[in-house]
Write a protein that binds this ligand. Structure first.
Ligand SMILES: C[S@@+](CC[C@H](N)C(=O)[O-])C[C@H]1O[C@@H](n2cnc3c(N)ncnc32)[C@H](O)[C@@H]1O
Length: 247
């Protein structure tokens, strides 16, 4: 089953909704003043956003952290092609076990990965790694409507029961001692272009390969259901970019 998961995910440009345009829009709110800024990209995946950060902040060193070695290999390959590899340090380390000293980073980035430890927990535990006035940029699956449909609520109560409304997340940002610099909802094209559309194609191919294996087919059906859910309810939930500053 795990093998099929990676067959589904290997080779995608991104491993979560997002785009270079959205990463750049969020980075535009970040001001790095030090001479040699240090950036930490948590759950970097194959590194699309890591490369955008490296191209934007030409003096920065970016520690790119993930637990899945093949993603780090892909990041190295892509960074080399983009000629930014000399400033990227790939690290196979879990976000639950980060060995960095306090106040080490000017910027912590996490596109589509904070959910792994939970939004509030991530804000709380990453704070000590930030220098004074350091920034966090992260995307988080969030409710956009105060009263979402029963169907969407039921689906996500299984997939991500901790999902909060974006206004609740804004409150948590404040409670955890950060200043919100900007927040915006990722456009629907960020879900389709580099993520759901190629994934849907991959799922359809795998359905053929796994014919006669009901357990595998059930997993693929579950993934298709998630895509169908977004097609139907994209006005009710979305990924929100939160750009915040240590206060
Ligand atoms: C949804 S993907 C997002 C990847 C990338 N940021 C992007 O937007 O394309 C989440 C990433 O977190 C990584 N991950 C999972 N558990 C982790 C952990 N405990 N520590 C660090 N990374 C982890 C996964 O391997 C995956 O690359």
């Amino acid at each position: 089953m795990e093998e099929m998961f990676w067959e589904e995910h290997t080779g995608l440009k991104r491993e979560a909704p997002g785009s270079e345009e959205s990463t750049l829009r969020a980075l535009d709110k970040v001001i790095l003043t030090g001479e040699k800024p240090m950036v930490l990209d948590i759950g970097c995946g194959p590194g699309d956003q890591t490369i955008t950060i490296a191209k934007t902040f030409r003096d920065a060193t970016i520690m790119a952290l993930d637990t899945h070695e093949p993603f780090l290999d892909e990041l190295v390959k892509r960074s080399d092609e983009a000629r930014v590899l000399d400033r990227i340090e790939p690290l196979r380390i879990s976000m639950f076990d980060m060995p960095f000293p306090n106040e080490h980073f000017d910027l912590v980035w996490a596109e589509g990965s904070a959910y792994i430890m939970g939004f509030q927990n991530a804000l709380r535990s990453w704070k000590r790694f930030l220098k004074e006035d350091g920034y966090i940029g992260l995307t988080e699956l969030s409710w956009l409507k105060a009263a979402p449909s029963e169907e969407a609520r039921r689906f996500w109560s299984l997939g991500y029961p901790q999902m909060k409304h974006m206004d609740e997340n804004r409150k948590l940002i404040d409670e955890e001692g950060y200043e919100l610099m900007d927040m915006f909802i990722l456009p629907e094209s960020d879900w389709w272009d580099s993520y759901y559309t190629p994934m849907e194609k991959r799922i359809n191919e795998l359905k053929g390969k796994y014919q006669g294996k009901p357990e595998s087919l059930a997993v693929l059906e579950g993934e298709m259901e998630e895509i169908g859910m977004y097609r139907k309810h994209s006005d009710e939930y979305g990924y929100v970019f939160y750009i915040i500053k240590k206060n």
